[in-house]
Design a protein around this ligand. Structure first.
Ligand code: 5RP
Length: 230
């Protein structure tokens, strides 16, 4: 599949999800290239009269939403989100479990997904896997103090080559919430619940990128059209 096919598929899934949004809804706005197409489509619908408020999952999505003309709100005004729409790095066939966070926004994304009545995931056909970890590392957001110890504990859980993520310029990547990301290569994960529990117990870990039992719908766009998993 070419990069341009992939972009077309991301856009198709994103527009279909954006068209599920109704006036009066509070919408969680995901992060990444697929979510960017969804924000663009919601902006078009707002210009046509759709009345919504968005809660962005990153500074980047906030900028995009403002440019698209989507009115924004936050959790001080709205504790519940009607629908959150976001991309993913891997989606497990059958379970709808996800790996997210290669864009570095996993913490805010998980807070928004958890607050959402419906969490819709939009992906192209390269993202479905039989087991999480087949291709993507699990991004783990950690506080910088003592990260070396946190990395050793993650390695003891089976992660290989645990290193702080760097940005494109080679400098340390810092999340919107001021933390570091350790990308953890576990390989195919047979029991994600068990691994998630172990990682959650490590002091210094803020959150990890396995989103288990959170997605309500996954829209997978391929050349054959959009498949919906529920
Ligand atoms: C950001 C994410 C993204 O949703 C994920 O990386 C997918 O990105 P893209 O739509 O660009 O493939 O989790 O933290």
């Amino acid at each position: 599949m070419t990069v341009s096919d992939m972009s077309v598929h991301k856009r198709t899934a994103a527009r279909e999800a954006a068209d599920m949004v109704k006036s009066g809804m509070v919408v969680g706005l995901g992060t990444g290239s697929t979510a960017a197409y969804m924000i663009e489509r919601l902006g078009e619908r707002v210009a046509e009269g759709l009345e919504i408020f968005g809660i962005p999952t990153s500074d980047d999505s906030e900028d995009k939403a403002i440019k698209a003309g989507i009115p924004l709100t936050d959790f001080s005004a709205h504790r519940r989100i009607d629908i959150a729409i976001d991309g993913a790095d891997e989606v497990q066939r059958g379970s709808l479990n996800l790996i997210k966070g290669l864009g570095g926004a996993l913490l805010r994304e998980k807070i928004v997904a958890q607050a959402a009545k419906r969490f819709v995931v939009i992906v192209d056909g390269t993202k479905p896997v039989d087991l999480l970890g087949e291709r993507a590392p699990v991004p783990v957001e950690v506080i910088s103090f003592g990260w070396e110890c946190t990395a050793e504990r993650l390695a003891a859980c089976g992660a290989r080559g645990v290193k702080p993520r760097a940005d494109r310029a080679g400098s340390l990547f810092v999340t919107d919430t001021g933390n570091m990301i350790l990308d953890c290569h576990f390989g195919p994960i047979e029991n994600p619940e068990d691994l998630a529990e172990k990682i959650d117990r490590i002091v210094g870990v803020v959150e990890h990128g396995m989103f288990l039992n959170m997605a309500s719908d996954v829209l997978v766009a391929t050349t054959e059209g959009v498949e919906r998993w529920e």
